[in-house]
Ligand binder design. Structure first.
Ligand code: VGL
Ligand code: ZN
Length: 211
């Protein structure tokens, strides 16, 4: 049974940037494998939005900014627990660029997130303080978006948070599982799928759209 994509449905392509691809500073295993799938899926959509992780060099999420801390350890910040990462997606660096292998010329919007040094932002909708909005919900509302389909990197962080916030915002949200890859640190992948399920996010495979 193939899922029909309607003209008002939107594909959200999350963080397909060199630092999350093999050879990058926060490489997600198999991240490059999903590029052809993302390109094929994008051809089914009239509307595509991209997100781009975009941090200043002294971003609070970087382990390098915290004496004695290593990547993948956590710290407590005002807005909650923060996983510490290797430096990644520093604005204007090569690692922050979207992969040139993406073939989505009809993508209409790029949402950059995580530009405030003191606040991380996994979600394409709002920063980790849960107060600062990115404008994506406003954009989708004004364009009268239908269902949201989400692909990209990483399943357990930016994909999951974007999906959950989309659902909380009243959108019908589906994650296309095989067009994502995960970081999976400290049980994060299992937790992310459980949280997405609780939020009412659907989970499908790309063949259900591509046939
Ligand atoms: C991401 C960790 C840090 C992601 C971004 O795109 O999933 N993960 N920044
Ligand atoms: Zn980041």
């Amino acid at each position: 049974m193939t899922i029909e994509i309607a003209p008002e449905d939107v594909l959200v392509v999350v963080d397909m940037q060199y630092d999350f691809l093999p050879g990058g500073s926060l490489a997600v295993a198999g991240g490059d494998e999903i590029v052809p799938l993302v390109n094929a899926l994008a051809k089914k959509f009239t509307h595509v939005v991209l997100t781009q992780d975009w941090h200043p060099a002294d971003h609070v999420s970087f382990a390098s900014q915290h004496e004695g801390k290593a990547p993948f350890q956590t710290i407590e910040l005002e807005y909650g627990t923060q996983v510490l990462w290797p430096d990644h997606c520093v604005w204007n660096s090569h690692g922050a660029e979207l992969s040139a292998e993406l073939d989505i010329p009809h993508a209409q919007l790029i949402i950059r997130k995580g530009y405030d040094r003191a606040i991380d932002s996994y979600s394409g909708f709002q920063e980790a303080d849960r107060q600062t909005l990115t404008g994506l919900a406003g954009y989708l509302g004004e364009r009268e978006a239908g269902r949201l389909y989400i692909v990209g990197l990483a399943t357990d962080f930016c994909v999951a948070w974007t999906a959950i916030d989309g659902a909380a915002g009243g959108f019908d949200v589906t994650v296309i599982e095989d067009a994502t890859r995960a970081i999976d640190t400290g049980g994060s992948l299992q937790q992310a799928w459980a949280d997405m399920k609780d939020a009412g996010v659907e989970r499908i495979m790309s063949r259900q759209i591509l046939g």
